[in-house]
Design a protein around this ligand. Structure first.
Ligand SMILES: NC(=O)c1ccc[n+]([C@@H]2O[C@H](COP(=O)([O-])OP(=O)(O)OC[C@H]3O[C@@H](n4cnc5c(N)ncnc54)[C@H](O)[C@@H]3O)[C@@H](O)[C@H]2O)c1
Length: 435
């Protein structure tokens, strides 16, 4: 099938590369010239495990191309995925300007009957606006489809190749048939393609992210209460997670959720409710609990080092909003860094993937270390912010001897409290006893 993907970011690039991998002819288009130039040289501009070889192989075999010429990408396509960003507007609603701009271009340049697929996360009711934008100049029949994406950064290739489910919001038999064909290779193990109306598909994406964000904020608050009451959230997590109605995933407390999706999608959902006079009190609380949680590590650091942090030096492990990605959008590390700098602290940070982004975002406000051990020299505490695998089993004796004070504040509960006690480390984590 001849497919185009407009918007070659974290989502569009994975979608395009994986669709080429199953034999389709795919053109990925973007207005970012630098990004496209790099991709043409198989230089993948994002950190996403497993993606590089797929891009390289499919480009080499001629199934995957990259362009900044959007009309040229649009003209031959039977299916066009719109995967541009939908950042929050000032009132929290998702800003559709990029999506609608692309939809107009699609209408103007389509060269055949086309299925126009919204991959970007858009508010319920957007399909009608997208349809109107395409219709302005369309000379061929077209079919709107809402196909929300559920991939996780860091596992994106695996998630796309082996999805738990595919959601298709369609209103024509043609769109249903074409899109079911596109996804058939990805659901051979029997995972469902759920076909529904467009509004329900659009809503499904927000409801999924709202639910996941709710679990995170809920567990963060339970962990904070464990801290006060002397309970251990590790036991509580296992105790509730083994209930099949609850399940184990997304129950780990931490320094708050970040990334390009949860913060903006929760905001957009609350906004959708407000516009329709429907109270979404739970989600409003999820958001405020998360904002509070992002400041928790500062309090933990003060518990460990005293209220006056001025002149202290902190080693920070992890800048990305979660492990497996270089994405720093809305990362809790940014809130923490701002707060620590305000307190007069100096910071040296390490991250296995996000240092380039960090340098752009933070410049010389902090120092950067090429290895995690290098970050520790002369630091009064190590603060773990992102749960990268390589931070899970460090050489603790080396950590302790390199730090100026043997203090670890662990925002991801990576280490064993008893082991820290034995090592003589002053250890503070979330919802567990301190050592
Ligand atoms: N990142 C995720 O994990 C994830 C998961 C599911 C859904 N989503 C949704 O997918 C959408 C894209 O997210 P992302 O993280 O890939 O964003 P991104 O910022 O990484 O990528 C968006 C790309 O679109 C390009 N673009 C912007 N305007 C354009 C235009 N007019 N024409 C062509 N290209 C244009 C940008 O240059 C950029 O490369 C968002 O709506 C997001 O909510 C993201």
């Amino acid at each position: 099938m001849n497919i185009s993907v407009v918007g070659t970011g974290y989502v569009g690039l994975v979608v395009g590369a994986c669709l080429a991998e199953t034999g389709n002819t795919v053109c990925c288009a973007d207005i970012d010239k630098k990004k496209i130039e790099r991709l043409r040289k198989n230089d993948v501009p994002i950190y996403e495990p497993g993606l590089g070889p797929i891009v390289e192989r499919n480009q080499k075999e001629g199934r995957l191309t990259f362009t900044t010429d959007l009309p040229q990408a649009i003209e031959p396509a039977e299916v066009i995925f719109i995967a541009v960003g939908t950042p929050p507007g000032e009132d929290g609603s998702a800003d559709l300007k990029h999506v609608l701009k692309v939809a107009e271009l699609v209408g103007r340049h389509m060269g055949r009957e086309t299925v126009v697929v919204t991959k970007s996360t858009v508010p319920v009711g957007s399909a009608a606006k997208i349809g109107e934008a395409v219709a302005k100049e369309a000379k061929f029949p077209f079919h709107i489809c809402s196909n929300p994406e559920f991939l996780k950064e860091g596992d994106a290739v695996e998630d796309f190749m082996r999805p738990d489910r595919v959601v298709l919001g369609v209103e024509s038999a043609h769109a249903r048939k074409v899109m079911s064909d596109v996804y058939a290779p990805f659901v051979r193990t029997g995972k469902p393609i759920l076909v529904m109306d467009i509004a329900s598909a659009e809503m499904t994406k927000y409801a999924a992210n709202g639910m996941l964000a709710t679990r995170i904020s809920f567990m963060n608050e339970i962990a904070n209460l464990c801290d006060e009451l002397g309970a251990n959230v590790d036991f509580v997590r296992k105790g509730i997670g083994s209930d099949s109605r609850i399940g184990q995933s997304f129950l780990f407390p931490g320094p708050g959720y970040g990334g390009s999706c949860f913060p903006k999608d929760v905001k957009a959902l609350v906004r959708m409710g407000a516009e329709r006079g429907v109270a979404l009190d739970v989600l409003a609380a999820v958001e405020s609990a998360n904002e509070r949680q992002k400041r928790l590590l500062v309090r933990k650091i003060k518990n460990a080092l005293g209220d006056d942090l001025k002149g202290l030096h902190i080693a920070l492990w992890g800048l990305a909003f979660k492990a497996g990605t270089d994405d720093m959008r809305e990362a809790p590390s940014l809130t923490l860094i701002d707060a620590l700098l305000d307190e007069g602290v100096t910071i040296r940070a390490h991250d296995p993937a996000a240092l380039d982004h960090a340098r752009v975002l933070l410049g010389n406000r902090i120092d950067y270390a090429e290895t995690n051990y290098e970050a520790l020299a002369g630091a009064d505490a190590l603060v773990v912010v992102t749960d990268w695998n390589e931070y899970r089993h460090p050489d603790f004796r080396r950590v302790k001897s390199t730090l100026r004070q043997p203090v670890i504040v662990d925002g991801r509960n990576l280490y064993d409290v008893e082991k820290m006690r034995e090592l003589g480390v002053r250890y503070h984590s979330i919802g567990r006893p301190s050592a």
